[in-house]
Design a protein around this ligand. Structure first.
Ligand SMILES: Nc1ncnc2c1ncn2[C@@H]1O[C@H](COP(=O)(O)OP(=O)(O)OP(=O)(O)O)[C@@H](O)[C@H]1O
Ligand SMILES: [Mg+2]
Length: 76
């Protein structure tokens, strides 16, 4: 069950409804709830939630193509 984080969600939603591109960097100590907050923020929105760890950047586009092939209607 998700608890609290109202001000953080409000801040993210304020940015979300602005009609322009946004790039957000979230950082914080281990296990404070960064991933959970982002998952909560995304849950009622059209979104692509990709969790990547120690990945070579050259594989990123490949993963994107494979996983979201149908959404993006991509071809090789
Ligand atoms: N708002 C919340 N309500 C309830 N549980 C939460 C909340 N935020 C985090 N938790 C719980 O705390 C734990 C750590 O959360 P989370 O994995 O999101 O942290 P993190 O900051 O992304 O950690 P890491 O630095 O390891 O990536 C998880 O078990 C998660 O379910
Ligand atoms: Mg995390």
């Amino acid at each position: 069950m998700f608890i609290g984080r109202k001000s953080e969600l409000d801040s993210l939603n304020k940015l979300y409804i602005e009609d322009k591109f946004q790039f957000i960097v979230m950082y914080g100590r281990r296990r404070v709830g960064k991933t959970t907050l982002l998952a909560e923020f995304c849950k009622d929105k059209p979104s692509i939630f990709l969790l990547l760890k120690n990945i070579m950047i050259k594989w990123l586009w490949k993963i994107f193509q494979i996983r979201y092939y149908h959404i993006l209607a991509l071809t090789d």
